[in-house]
Design a protein around this ligand. Structure first.
Ligand code: SF4
Length: 235
């Protein structure tokens, strides 16, 4: 299969599989809450164009494997009609992951879906924003940290402020998973949801403005110097 722009296909949500000629379509849903209608529509597409099953990704999306290259335009058109969002892959801002938080988990301290929704809709952020490398955001509702916020570019978990007892967020910056994993820097204060929003905007902008291609945020902070980073992002 020559002369295929795999990067363009990836941006459109179709990733090359291990099996020659087949692609996996990645969809996304901030917080992972697909409605019944979404599941039915994806099941129909999976049955018509693939092997009839969907796979749940670790970033709370659903993907359909075993789509033939020649069927990509039709699948793309059908998925667009459903209104289901296409997943972000490659060097860009990835879908925000969030556990249920206080929406139904007994341990949840904060409304994780509210924060995830704001991050996804913030005009300056937007999932899929092109960046020098992958950039992940994870939100957990309490210090149990089920979504592993410590190993995302920006991660937060619900936390009761030790003085006021008000629920807010502990924030980690510059972590990453993968072959060489790294824990993010834990910031000192407990942030409100509004403060987290401002911080996320600043850190994403800092990364976009300063990182070299394929440099993760943690490596950029190491190079830039932690004090310079704090000063630039006022955190
Ligand atoms: S991180 Fe806390 S709130 Fe979220 S699922 Fe885990 S235990 Fe529940």
């Amino acid at each position: 299969m020559e002369n295929i722009d795999y990067e363009d296909l990836k941006k459109r949500g179709f990733l090359r599989q291990a099996q020659e000629g087949f692609f996996v379509l990645r969809t996304r849903m901030p917080g992972g809450n697909y409605k019944r209608e979404d599941l039915e529509k994806l099941a129909v597409i999976a049955q018509k164009y693939a092997k009839g099953f969907v796979h749940a990704t670790v970033r709370q999306g659903l993907e359909i494997p075993f789509i033939r290259f020649e069927n990509i335009p039709e699948v793309e058109s059908e998925v667009k009609k459903t209104g289901i969002l296409i997943g972000a892959s490659g060097p860009r801002l990835r879908t925000t992951v969030a556990c249920p938080g206080n929406n139904w988990c007994k341990r949840g301290l904060v409304n994780t879906f509210s924060l995830a929704d704001r991050i996804e809709k913030e005009p300056g952020l937007k999932c899929g924003l092109d960046l020098p490398h992958k950039f992940k955001i994870a939100i957990s509702g309490c210090p149990n940290a089920c979504t592993r916020p410590q190993v995302s570019e920006i991660g937060m978990h619900g936390q009761a402020d030790s003085l006021t007892k008000a629920a807010g967020y502990t924030v980690y910056i510059g972590g990453c998973g993968g072959r060489i994993s790294k824990s993010g820097i834990k910031l000192e204060k407990v942030y409100t949801e509004d403060e987290v929003m401002r911080l996320v905007e600043k850190v994403v902008k800092f990364y976009k403005d300063h990182a070299k291609p394929r440099q993760r945020l943690g490596a950029l902070i190491d190079e830039f110097g932690i004090d310079n980073f704090y000063k630039t992002c006022s955190c």
